[in-house]
Design a protein around this ligand. Structure first.
Ligand SMILES: [Zn+2]
Length: 296
C-alpha cells in the first residue's frame, strides 16, 4: 500500500530507496537463526535471506495532506551528503525522492511543514540540498518542526565533538542550515501541529532509538495512522518486539516505546506507517500472544 485515506486526510508514501538488502548486523546483533527461521513462512527472501540472514529494508518518507496543509514526515538520506563512515548513504546522486514527490503533484515549494521523527542522518537528508557548494533548505516555504529535546541533545554533542561524529555529519549539513535560515520550530514532544474539528496531526514521544524520538499521529474522526520513524525497522520485530536494534541509544527504552505503539495500534486499528519496511509500509497490527503480527 502506497496511499492511505483516513476520513478527509490523505497519506502517501515517498520513496527514496524502495528495497535494499543490508547485512543482518546493520539492524540486529542478537537475532538467532532459530528466531529467523520461524519467520521464514511469512517473510520472503526479499525480507530475510535464507543463508546469510541479510535483511531487506527501504528508505521512505510520508506526505500527510490534511485541511489544506501538506506535511512531509522525515526526509530520508539526501543527495551529495558526505558520509564516509556510512558508505551505503555516501554521496548519493539519485532522483527517486524528488521524482516520488513530483509524482504526487508536489513541488518543493508546496511543502508547508517538514516534521522529523528524529534527527538521524537517514531521516533529515533531504532537509537540505547542495547549491553552489552550500547547503540550502530544500523546502523554502516549509517550517521544519523538531522536538526540542532531540535538537538540544545533538546541539550539545555538536559543541564538543567532531562534526562527522554527530549523526555522520548530518547535524551540520542537514539540520543546522534550516535552523540558520530561520525555518526551524522547536516544539515539545507532545506538540500538536494541526488541530481542526475532524483532523489532528501531533507528535507523541517514543524515546529509546534516539534521545527525543517521536512518532507522528494523524487522526481524522475515529481513524488514525502513526508514522513511526525508527521505532520499527523490519517486520520481524512484530514477532520479536523485544529484539534490540543495533543503533538504539537506549535499547530497553526503545523496546518499551515499540511495544506501547504496537499495542495501541492492535487495540485501536490505527495504521502503523514504517518507512524502513518495504512493500508493507502502511499496515494494521494484530496482537499475537505476547507479540504482534502485521495484518497483511
Ligand atoms: Zn532510520
Amino acid at each position: 500500500m502506497a496511499s492511505l485515506r483516513i476520513g478527509t486526510l490523505r497519506i502517501d508514501l515517498v520513496t527514496e530507496i524502495r528495497h535494499r538488502m543490508m547485512p543482518l548486523g546493520f539492524l540486529f546483533n542478537d537475532l538467532t537463526r532459530a528466531e529467523a527461521e520461524r519467520n521464514f513462512d511469512w517473510l520472503g527472501p526479499e525480507f530475510i535471506d535464507r543463508e546469510s540472514l541479510d535483511v531487506g529494508m527501504a528508505f521512505q518518507a510520508f506526505v500527510i495532506r490534511a485541511h489544506g496543509r501538506t506535511i512531509l514526515v522525515d526526509t530520508c538520506n539526501g543527495n551529495h551528503k558526505q558520509r564516509p563512515t556510512a558508505p551505503w548513504q555516501h554521496d548519493l546522486r539519485a532522483h527517486d525522492f524528488m521524482r516520488s514527490l513530483a509524482g504526487l503533484g508536489l513541488a518543493p515549494g508546496d511543502i508547508d511543514m517538514v516534521l522529523c521523527t528524529h534527527l538521524h542522518c537517514d531521516h533529515v537528508g533531504w532537509n537540505t540540498r547542495l547549491v553552489d557548494g552550500r547547503w540550502v533548505p530544500t523546502f523554502p516555504n516549509a517550517r521544519y518542526v523538531m522536538n526540542r529535546a532531540e535538537y538540544d541533545h545533538y546541539a550539545a554533542r555538536f559543541a564538543t565533538e567532531e562534526s562527522t561524529a554527530v549523526n555522520h555529519g548530518a547535524f551540520e549539513d542537514s539540520v543546522l542550515p534550516v535552523v540558520n535560515a530561520g525555518l526551524a520550530d522547536f516544539v515539545d514532544a507532545d506538540h500538536r501541529v494541526l488541530h481542526e474539528i475532524e483532523e489532528e496531526v501531533f507528535l507523541r514521544p517514543s524515546p529509546g532509538h534516539s534521545f527525543g524520538h517521536c512518532c507522528i499521529y494523524a487522526r481524522a474522526g475515529q481513524a488514525e495512522a502513526i508514522v513511526t520513524g525508527d521505532l520499527v525497522h523490519h517486520p520481524i520485530q512484530f514477532d520479536l518486539p523485544d529484539l534490540h536494534m543495533r543503533a538504539d541509544l537506549d535499547p530497553d527504552l526503545a523496546v518499551q516505546s515499540r511495544r506501547r505503539v504496537m499495542e495501541y495500534c492492535a487495540g485501536s486499528g490505527a495504521f502503523l506507517l514504517a518507512g524502513h519496511i518495504p512493500f508493507w509500509s502502511m499496515a494494521q497490527v494484530e496482537a499475537k500472544g505476547s507479540a504482534f503480527r502485521l495484518a497483511i
